[in-house]
Design a protein around this ligand. Structure first.
Ligand code: NAP
Length: 322
C-alpha cells in the first residue's frame, strides 16, 4: 500500500521549507512537493539583507538551499514537480503531480506562494519572454549595455531597477502614480543611481515592435499626453498574485484567489493548512512566510494529535457550546 505521510507540504519556498523543518522536528513523516522549480520567489532574488541571522547579504537561492538542506538533514523527503490536482474530499487527502505521481497524507500544508502579475494587455503576450520579462535576475543579462524599462513602483520594481542599473545603459521606471510604494531604503538607493530615470503618473498602453520588441507606448494619466519610450527590454514588476488555481473547488478562496484562513493557518477543510503568500496579501516577506510555515506545521501536528479544530476550541472558550 502506498505510504500515507503525516504532513504533506505543497511548495518549497520559505513557508514550505520551514513547515518541513517543524514537521520533522515534531516526529512526523513529511513530504514536500516543491514544484518543478522549487524554492519560490527567493530563487529569483539576489541580495537578501533583511532575513535575520545573516550579517552580510545572502543570495536568495543560497538561503533556500540552506533551508532545504536543513529540512533534508532532519529527515524531510522532497519531490520536485508541480501539483496539478488535489482531492481534499476524502481522508487521507490526495494530490497528483504533473508527472502523474500521486501522494497521500493525513494533513496538508499549502505553501505554493504567488506568481508574477502581468499587465494583461494584448501586446504583452506577443513579447513575453522575447523582450518583456518579470525577472531581471533571470533575463537582465540579455539587455547588457542597453536601455530598458521597469514598470511598477513597489519593492519588486525598485529591486529590478537596481539590479538592471548595474548591467544596462539606462533603466526607465514607469509608474502609474507620482509616489512610490516601495520601502524608503530601496527608493533612496534607486533615486541615487544616475542611470535610473523616472516617468510618473503614466500607464502603459502598448508594447511596440513588429517582429522585435522596440519600446513602450505610455499615456500620462494627468495630462492625457501619449509618449513612446524606445527601449530594448521591459520588466513588469507590478506585484504578485496567489498561485492557487489548482485549489479551486477544493478550498475556500477569496475573490482575488487568496486562501481564506481562520486562526492564522486553518483553511475551510479541517486538516488542510495554509502558509505564506497564498494567505498573506499584506506582508509577503520571506521571514513572515517562514513564520506562517512554522505555525502551519505546529497546527498540523496538533491536528494529528487528535486535537479538535483550533477554531472549535476557541469558539468554546468564547462561550460557544455548540
Ligand atoms: P506591490 O508592493 O503590490 O507593488 C506593486 C506596484 O506595482 C505598485 O507600485 C502598484 O502601483 C503597481 N501596480 C500594480 N498593478 C499595476 C498595474 N496594473 N499597472 C501599473 N502598475 C501597477 O508588489 P511588489 O513590489 O511585488 O511587492 C509585494 C510584496 O513583496 C511587498 O510586501 C514587498 O515588500 C515584498 N517584496 C519583498 C522583497 C524583499 O526582498 N524583501 C522583494 C520584493 C518584494 P500603486 O503604487 O499605484 O499601487
Amino acid at each position: 500500500m502506498a505510504k500515507v505521510y503525516d504532513i504533506l507540504i505543497v511548495g518549497a519556498g520559505p513557508a514550505g521549507l520551514t513547515a518541513a523543518i517543524y514537521g520533522v522536528r515534531a516526529g512526523r513523516s513529511v513530504l514536500a512537493v516543491g514544484g518543478k522549480a522549487p524554492g519560490g520567489q527567493l530563487m529569483l532574488t539576489t541580495d537578501v539583507e533583511d532575513f535575520p541571522g545573516f550579517i552580510e547579504p545572502i543570495q536568495g537561492p543560497e538561503l533556500m538551499q540552506k533551508m532545504r538542506k536543513q529540512a533534508e538533514r532532519l529527515g524531510a523527503e522532497f519531490f520536485d514537480d508541480d501539483v496539478i490536482r488535489v482531492n481534499f474530499k476524502q481522508q487521507p487527502f490526495e494530490i497528483e503531480t504533473e508527472q502523474k505521481k500521486k501522494f497521500s497524507a493525513k494533513t496538508i500544508v499549502i505553501a505554493v506562494g504567488s506568481a508574477y502579475k502581468w499587465l494583461n494587455i494584448p501586446s504583452e503576450l506577443k513579447f513575453k519572454g522575447n523582450g518583456i520579462s518579470t525577472c531581471a535576475t533571470c533575463d537582465g543579462y540579455f539587455f547588457k549595455g542597453k536601455d530598458v524599462a521597469v514598470i511598477g513602483g513597489g519593492d519588486s520594481a525598485m529591486r529590478e531597477a537596481l539590479f538592471l542599473s548595474n548591467i544596462c545603459k539606462t533603466v526607465t521606471v514607469i509608474h502609474r502614480r507620482d509616489v512610490l510604494k516601495a520601502q524608503a531604503v530601496l527608493q533612496e538607493r534607486a533615486k541615487a543611481r544616475k542611470n535610473i530615470k523616472w516617468i510618473w503618473n503614466s500607464d502603459v498602453q502598448e508594447f511596440l515592435g513588429e517582429n522585435k520588441f522596440s519600446g513602450v507606448k505610455i499615456k500620462n494619466n494627468k495630462t492625457e499626453k501619449g509618449t513612446t519610450i524606445k527601449v530594448s527590454g521591459a520588466f513588469v514588476a507590478i506585484g504578485h498574485e496567489p498561485a492557487t488555481g489548482f485549489l479551486k473547488g477544493q478550498l475556500g478562496l477569496d475573490a482575488k484567489g487568496y486562501v481564506v484562513v481562520k486562526n492564522q493557518t486553518e483553511t475551510s477543510v479541517p486538516g488542510i493548512f495554509a502558509a505564506g503568500d497564498i494567505r498573506d496579501f499584506r506582508y509577503q516577506q520571506a521571514i513572515t512566510a517562514a513564520g506562517f510555515g512554522c505555525m502551519a506545521a505546529m497546527d498540523a501536528d496538533s491536528y494529528l494529535q487528535g486535537y479538535r479544530a483550533l477554531s472549535e476550541k476557541a469558539g468554546k472558550k468564547n462561550g460557544n457550546k455548540k
